[in-house]
Write a protein of this length. Structure first.
Length: 491
């Protein structure tokens, strides 16, 4: 048997108001279910009468657990085998000695257990929003004092999110949930309490939440504008940061077409400007900007269909060369910015001049679409980690940005591989970050979803040159994601 306590509290040690929780946080609810539910044996959740009555009827009794209510005024009239009622906690403890027990509230029961029993594990969610104060609550309920000196903090993780509800104020605000697990000093720890599901949940994907939080902020607080191609909700100057150690940032709240991203990246690296090469690989992300209709509308009536002009790959590998057509050979013409950076990474890794720029004013009027991700810079830290910072002038946050995040992170892995460095960070700065109004239905669907951990990326062979990578060299493992969400590409 193990005796455990589960509680969510705010910065004032408050756990509720008028017999109701302060917050409705989906991630905290899922965490609670993971803690208290065991597929192999039925755990026991113990609560006072008020806590029981605060649970909505459709959710009680809590499924797959024995619900024990401590009350002197209630009696067991239910035929439900998942409910038992005891007049006091001591009577309950005298009867149940062989299962894991979880105390889930309220304040009086917490205090009785803390004062009279050794608790093996404390599962505490600390919620910090810096807005709720004692004055805003008319009947606050507080968590009793506990001596943490008797416990070791064994697990901790922070979640920053806007995905919550509260009845106490209306301002849109990010909150921080810190999931903490305290265990009684090691001589009495029951190691089975911290099961795999809980440990896994404590590795919440905060980096994907930063993307989701920005997207929610765009559609909630963004500047609504009519632009060249549609109405958007936009903000200026957005920054995200992803740590690439042991993982690759591929969004999990919707399926990202990983092979498509890699195929496009390899196409850039080859310096190609011919969309037909992508179409032959069943990649159609550039079709809207290379169709006959789009080219004619953009003034390229003499250009053959699928020719995009001197876009990304051409600028990366042949900057300054005179562009003629997608069929010409540009070998040794122009400046190979990508190769120069790779050579510098090998020979002078502390250089501050390792930049690749796709924004070439001389060539803009020949491009089917001026580049959106326009400038990236390399950086090598003292522990030999390779990082890249991207400046993107414009970002379609729902459709395009997930591709950009993965694409440049894969590029970091590729260049680290051939230079003998380790992947570091991808820092993503976006000028005009926007969500299209025609994507709102899809965005709202994605915001309902909870991320999984990012997958990993490995290479199936040793590759010596950036030009030698093929699709078969990439192996993405443990990509656990939600289903794809369809939305139209706005050209």
């Amino acid at each position: 048997m193990s005796l455990n306590l589960v509680v969510s509290l705010d910065i004032n040690n408050c756990i509720g108001n008028n017999n109701d929780l302060l917050y409705d946080i989906p991630e905290d609810k899922k965490y609670f279910r993971n803690i208290t539910t065991n597929k192999e044996s039925q755990n026991i959740v113990v609560m006072g009468k008020n806590t029981w009555e605060s649970i909505p009827n459709k959710y009680r009794p809590l499924k797959n657990r024995l619900n024990v209510i401590i009350s002197k005024t209630m009696f067991n009239s239910s035929n439900n085998y998942d409910i038992e009622i005891f007049k006091n906690f001591n009577d309950f403890m005298n009867e149940y000695q062989d299962r894991n027990i979880y105390i889930i509230g309220g304040s009086q029961l917490y205090k009785e257990v803390i004062d009279n029993y050794k608790i093996d594990t404390l599962f505490i969610t600390e919620i910090n929003d810096n807005t709720i104060s004692k004055k805003s609550l008319d009947n606050p309920i507080y968590f009793p004092n506990i001596d943490y000196n008797n416990y070791d903090l064994t697990h901790e993780n922070k979640l920053i999110t806007t995905n919550y509800k509260t009845q106490y104020y209306t301002d849109i605000s990010k909150i921080t949930c810190t999931f903490k697990v305290y265990q009684l000093n090691s001589n009495v720890i029951n190691s089975n309490v911290i099961n795999y599901n809980i440990k896994n949940y404590l590795q919440i994907n905060n980096e994907e939440y930063q993307y989701l939080d920005i997207m929610k902020d765009l559609i909630t607080n963004g500047d609504k504008r009519k632009t060249r191609n549609a109405t958007t909700f936009s903000k200026f100057g957005i920054k995200m940061e992803f740590d690439l150690e042991d993982k690759i940032p591929i969004l999990t709240t919707k399926r990202v077409a990983c092979k498509t991203v890699i195929k496009e990246l390899l196409w850039f690296i080859k310096g190609s400007t011919n969309n037909k090469i992508l179409q032959d690989q069943n990649v159609h992300i550039w079709d809207g900007n290379s169709s006959r209709e789009f080219l004619d509308k953009s003034g390229f009536k003499d250009r053959e269909e699928n020719e995009l002009g001197p876009i990304y790959g051409f600028q990366w590998r042949h900057s300054g060369a005179e562009y003629k057509s997608c069929h010409d050979d540009y070998t040794d013409l122009g400046i190979d910015q990508l190769k120069e950076c790779i050579d510098t990474l090998k020979n002078n890794p502390t250089s501050r001049r390792m930049l690749v720029c796709a924004w070439n004013p001389k060539d803009l009027n020949q491009m089917a679409l001026p580049p959106c991700h326009i400038l990236f810079q390399w950086y090598v830290s003292s522990d030999n980690r390779l990082s890249l910072q991207l400046y993107q002038r414009s970002g379609d946050f729902f459709l395009g940005v997930p591709f950009n995040i993965m694409s440049y992170s894969v590029l970091i892995y590729m260049v680290a591989h051939i230079t003998g460095l380790k992947p570091g960070k991808f820092i993503h700065i976006i000028g005009d970050a926007h969500a299209y109004d025609c994507h709102l239905y899809a965005i709202n669907e994605q915001l309902k979803r909870i991320p999984s951990e990012f997958p990993t990326l490995k290479f199936n062979r040793k590759v010596e040159s950036i030009d030698d990578f093929t699709l078969d060299d990439f192996e993405i493992e443990c990509y656990n994601c939600h289903n794809s969400i369809k939305a139209e590409m706005v050209a």
